[in-house]
Design a protein around this ligand. Structure first.
Ligand SMILES: [Zn+2]
Length: 305
């Protein structure tokens, strides 16, 4: 069995399209700075939500903190997954990220449940909103903070042409919209509509559920060894171009950020082992060329007929 490995580890934020090391650093700095800003915004909102009793602010704070914790897990996972393999953990600790992801998913769903229950309770007439001025200021900070983060990510993303960062900027823009919802709820309360805040709380809860769903389905796909079917078809197509291979069967899965591809190839049963090995090396080279994201490719020869 041949394998190739030792390529550079995948990037923590999926910036595979960014080649230059300096640009990569700029992207990481943009994401880290945004996370710090967002964490500060979320914590400030949380404190003021407790002071004012605003469920809209509470939900928005949970939303911002959920976003921060998912990016934190990606970074921690990247660090841990760079640990080298040992005899006890022969594939390294790459799945540490998925393990941490389970914790994050649980916290996101719990916060959605909490924000939802509080919003319904308030809508049914329990609890009031106080310190409206402070609450409105906090929601405005949420809008402003997310807008700043969105613009910053968009600027860096356009400069280094990173689709990941530009996509992230769009998410931050939606986050600003969520804070604007909390703001609208509080303004409605100030105008005499008591239901404004719990209604905003319910809307923001739906957004938290959306994040929870995205995080959970992504995690489930990883844990169930799911892979894009195109990976299998292009691996098989590339391997069959190699002369001497009569039939190919490919499987692939992700362990953490490593895409592992296993190729079984049927060859002439009368071939010497050395010749079958040579075919294997060609197959691995062809598959590596077709799937640049593959970081480990193994080959097993089977005798045809
Ligand atoms: Zn968000």
């Amino acid at each position: 069995m041949h394998t190739i490995s030792g390529r550079q580890a995948a990037d923590p934020v999926g910036l595979t399209e960014v080649d230059d090391a300096g640009e990569r650093r700029a992207a990481h700095r943009a994401i880290a700075l945004s996370a710090v800003g967002l964490a500060a915004t979320g914590l400030a909102e949380l404190l003021i939500a407790l002071l004012t009793g605003s469920v809209g602010l509470l939900g928005d704070a949970f939303h911002n903190l959920s976003d921060v914790s998912t990016s934190l897990v990606v970074f921690l996972g990247f660090r841990v997954s760079r640990r080298t393999a040992s005899e006890r953990y022969p594939y390294g600790l790459e799945r540490a990220e998925d393990l941490a992801g389970l914790g994050v998913a649980a916290v996101i769903w719990a916060s959605a449940l909490f924000a939802g229950v509080e919003s319904v309770r308030k809508l049914l007439g329990h609890g009031t909103t106080t310190h409206l001025g402070v609450g409105i200021a906090a929601a405005a900070i949420g809008v402003l903070g997310n807008q700043l983060v969105a613009r910053y990510k968009l600027r860096v993303g356009r400069r280094i042409q990173s689709a990941t960062l530009i996509g992230d900027a769009k998410h931050s823009w939606l986050d600003a919209l969520s804070s604007a919802g909390a703001l609208a709820g509080l303004v409605a309360v100030a105008a005499g509509a008591r239901w404004g805040d719990p209604l905003a709380g319910l809307a923001v809860t739906l957004l938290i559920c959306h994040i929870g769903w995205e995080v959970t389905t992504d995690l489930a796909r990883h844990l169930l060894d799911g892979v894009d079917p195109a990976v299998i078809t292009s691996a098989e197509a590339a391997a069959t171009t190699v002369p001497g291979v009569s039939h190919i069967h490919a499987r692939a899965r992700w362990t953490g950020r490593t895409l592992r591809v296993e190729i079984e190839g049927w060859v002439d049963p009368d071939l010497p082992v050395r010749a079958a090995d040579a075919i294997g090396r060609h197959v691995i080279a062809a598959v590596a060329h077709a799937l640049p994201e593959a970081r480990a490719i193994s080959w097993s020869a089977r005798s045809a007929g």
